[in-house]
Design a protein around this ligand. Structure first.
Ligand code: BTN
Length: 307
């Protein structure tokens, strides 16, 4: 299944009206200033996304039930120009990359399964049914940051996703730069990719969360009995909220959400290994490590706890 919803399209407006209660096709066509056929087509599109809509004789349409993944409810929450939902896709990040090479539109892509999910540092992201695979893209100017400040987005997305998952699993934490950990195992990862020309850079933020799916040596949210859609809604809400925040507040929140401070770690960064005690993150989002009496600043890499 693939659903594409463009901002303000008739089906989205019809959906909003259906949520108010029974609506007549005639009233809807008047209210939305579209033909009766357009209303009917919109209803058919909503039905094809798994919603059950019935026609009540002499009254109009009524929304009976929503599917397990309520695409329209979720599309409504996103502040994007184009919204894509897939049953299966190669990778939601790769899909948005392809889309951006054709047209620059602020978009969201969500899939129930990925066949070529990508992680940080060229790794694979195991993406079976039961997990959340979410990506969004927007120009950097939307959040007023420059290309050299990409780590800020990485950390901001980490704060957003950690806060979203904390609503379900209150003991999750962030491990630098933005792995979300649940009892020392990774439950969620974020892949931020730059796209487009340097004059007008766009970013793709991809979020993977293990919800009901099992991944070797990783955590999931199974014990909490949540649905993928619940997690998706929380991630969208928190991302919207955090991307509007001031970087200083995000940095403070990041420091509150991590349990790394004062811990001994090993960092693999560009072929080098550093060990030391984490002291914080600086104003650029780089990790501050105290290593053999010296302060080392690390901009990117892989981080492991030392015992
Ligand atoms: C990591 O290695 O920690 C980052 C994992 C990011 C996975 C998400 S799932 C949605 C989006 N599509 C991808 O192919 N990757 C990201």
């Amino acid at each position: 299944m693939k659903v594409k919803i463009v901002k303000d399209e008739t089906s989205l407006r019809v959906f909003k009206a259906l949520k108010r209660g029974v609506v007549s096709g005639k009233d809807l066509s008047k209210e939305l200033n579209v033909s009766r056929t357009a209303v009917w087509k919109a209803i058919e599109k909503i039905k094809s996304a798994g919603y059950i809509v019935r026609g009540v004789r002499g009254k109009g349409y009524v929304l009976i039930s929503s599917p397990e993944f309520p695409v329209y409810d979720i599309a409504e929450m996103c502040e994007c120009e184009e919204f894509y939902f897939f049953d299966v896709v190669d990778s939601t990040n790769t899909f948005l990359k392809r889309l951006l090479s054709e047209k620059k539109v602020r978009s969201v892509a969500i899939a129930l399964k990925q066949t070529a999910g990508r992680g940080r540092l060229g790794r694979e992201w195991i993406s079976d049914y039961g997990g959340l695979y979410f990506s969004t893209c927007f120009p950097l100017r939307d959040i007023g940051i420059g290309i050299e400040e990409l780590p800020r987005i990485t950390l901001t997305a980490g704060v957003a996703v950690c806060k979203a998952i904390r609503e379900i699993a209150p003991d999750c934490t962030i491990k630098w730069p933005n792995d979300i950990m649940l009892r020392e195992k990774k439950v969620s990862g974020i892949l931020c990719e730059l796209c487009g020309e340097t004059e007008e850079p766009w970013v793709i933020v991809g979020v993977g969360v293990n919800v009901k799916n099992e991944v070797p040596n990783a955590a999931n949210l199974k014990e909490y009995g949540v649905e993928v859609a619940d997690v998706c809604k929380l991630v969208i809400l928190k991302l919207k909220e955090c991307l509007k925040k001031d970087w200083r507040d995000i940095r403070r929140e990041w420091l509150e959400l991590t349990d790394m401070i004062g811990k001994r770690v090993r960092i693999n960064s560009s072929g080098k290994t550093y060990t030391g005690v984490v002291r914080g993150i600086d104003e650029r989002g780089a990790l501050i490590l105290e290593s053999n009496g010296e302060t080392v600043i690390i901009f990117s890499g892989d981080c492991f706890y030392e015992r």
